[in-house]
Design a protein around this ligand. Structure first.
Ligand SMILES: O=C(O)[C@H]1O[C@H](OP(=O)(O)OP(=O)(O)OC[C@H]2O[C@@H](n3ccc(=O)[nH]c3=O)[C@H](O)[C@@H]2O)[C@H](O)[C@@H](O)[C@H]1O
Length: 436
């Protein structure tokens, strides 16, 4: 029988291959033995490969089970993704898709509502920390939900979450308002300022620089970067190397970090130096807010005075004016030039003062509140403590006026009237007063 013989010997049951060799010439027997051991080897290596591939797929990050683990661990799965996409989708193709960090914060809420109302897509991110009353943040979140803004509960230090958000949404802009705010609290909890205002900001910049396409970034710096600067009104060209508080130093650091990411990665970045922002839904840790509360409760308030006996003064800026400045900064932001972590040419880098250009002594703020609340304040004049507070702030806004068309329209008297109307309604306990 030759190798070519196609008729097979009849067999009772399946013969093992070596038994059939008896019918062949010796040299044929050798080649057939070689052929059968080669085919056995090929078969076992194929099987090994299949098993190896199967187990390596199971453990690989791209495996479905692993992906759903990430999704579920970071969020609520596909339902969560649907809410993210719906919230971030603009009404028209011309609309922006904006990630607002600190969206449940004071300025964050106002900016998010304004963007959503004009048709932009807005996704909020907030860690709902307990720096001040978290119920106020939850009530702001309800306002945002009614406006169609979903707020993801998470921290800018959670890089996996940030990456996940950028995986799900192509953000055209990031409005970065998440921060540890407050000048005086920095002496009690310095780490919180480093975590949020430096580490958190770097995290966000890292995710933005690797995004493709990269978003344009607008972020909240602070009038406090002017520190001990004596040239008034403060101009963006003035020195900012004398911060008077850790808070101010972290905001100044933020401006330096922003410049480095702009230079290396081509991120379009605009810093906005807010000047003591106040208004409805404001921050309870700020003087105008807790003065109102204490005056209504008949509790004493301490009004700081400078060494030469003058009341400290601030360029108080009403929140609606700040919102107009933020939206104008977003509207005039140029595209980032980089992609996938390297730049393709110089990118826009800007810093603007957003103030009211008319500083008011804190003593005057107190008398306006007394008139609006119809209650006499129990005032105690205190020397300005060395707690990081500066004697005065005063914004030169000519640059924002020229470049952004920024023009504040609400003076302190009118702004505090709107704040007091909100405050008395919100804390009156009536449910409806919690609306926007
Ligand atoms: O422009 C900013 O970038 C900063 O604005 C805000 O800081 P500040 O301007 O210090 O506001 P705020 O605390 O309301 O004190 C107002 C005035 O009351 C004086 N003040 C304060 C407390 C007190 O008990 N007595 C008092 O006289 C006090 O000396 C000051 O003169 C934000 O908190 C900060 O996050 C940052 O955004």
């Amino acid at each position: 029988m030759s190798l070519l013989d196609t008729t097979r010997p009849s067999t009772q049951g399946k013969l093992k291959p070596e038994k059939s060799l008896l019918y062949l010439q010796p040299h044929h027997q050798r080649s057939l033995r070689l052929y059968s051991s080669l085919s056995k080897f090929a078969l076992s290596s194929f099987l090994f490969l299949i098993i190896f591939l199967f187990f390596s797929l199971l453990s690989s990050p791209s495996s479905a089970s692993h992906r759903s683990k990430i999704t579920n661990s970071l969020s609520g799965g596909s339902q969560w993704e649907k809410k993210v996409i719906k919230s971030a989708r603009p009404k028209s193709r011309a609309g922006f898709t904006v990630l607002v960090t600190g969206a449940a914060g004071f300025v964050g809420t106002h900016v998010s509502v304004a963007l959503k109302r004009r048709g932009d897509g807005v996704l909020g991110l907030d860690n709902f920390n307990h720096y001040y009353d978290v119920n106020l943040k939850r009530d702001r979140q309800k306002v945002l939900e009614r406006s169609g803004v979903f707020v993801v509960e998470g921290d800018i230090n959670d890089i996996k979450l940030l990456q996940k958000l950028f995986d799900v949404v192509y953000f055209t802009h990031v409005m970065h308002l998440a921060a540890q705010a407050g000048v005086r609290y920095a002496m009690q909890n310095p780490k919180s300022y480093v975590n949020s205002n430096i580490a958190g900001f770097v995290n966000l910049l890292e995710v933005c620089k690797s995004a493709d396409p990269q978003p344009a970034i607008v972020w909240a710096s602070s009038s406090s970067v002017y520190g001990l600067n004596k040239r008034v009104p403060f101009s963006e060209k003035d020195r900012t190397d004398q911060p008077a508080s850790l808070y101010a130093a972290t905001k100044k650091a933020g401006e330096a970090l922003a410049h480095s990411y702009n230079h290396i990665y081509g991120l379009s970045i605009t810093g906005l130096r807010f000047f003591t922002v106040y208004g409805p839904w404001g921050r309870p840790d700020m003087a105008y807010f807790f003065f109102t509360k204490n005056i209504l409760k008949g509790k004493e308030i301490g009004v700081y005075e400078t060494a030469d006996g003058k009341s400290v003064a601030r360029d108080f800026t009403y929140v609606d004016d700040i919102v107009k400045g933020c939206l104008a900064a977003l509207d005039t932001a140029k595209n980032s030039t980089g992609s996938g972590g390297k730049n393709r040419g110089p990118a826009q880098f800007r810093v603007f003062n957003l103030g009211n250009t008319s500083p008011v002594p804190v003593s005057k703020l107190v008398s306006i509140l007394e008139k609006l609340l119809k209650v006499k304040a129990k005032k105690k004049v205190l020397p300005l403590p060395r707690n990081g507070d500066v004697e005065f702030t005063h914004a030169n806004i000519s640059s924002a006026q020229t470049e952004l068309g920024y023009m504040p329209t609400t003076d302190l008297e009118m702004g505090l009237k709107k704040f007091v109307r909100w405050y008395t309604g919100y804390y009156s306990g009536s449910k409806k007063k919690k609306s926007w």
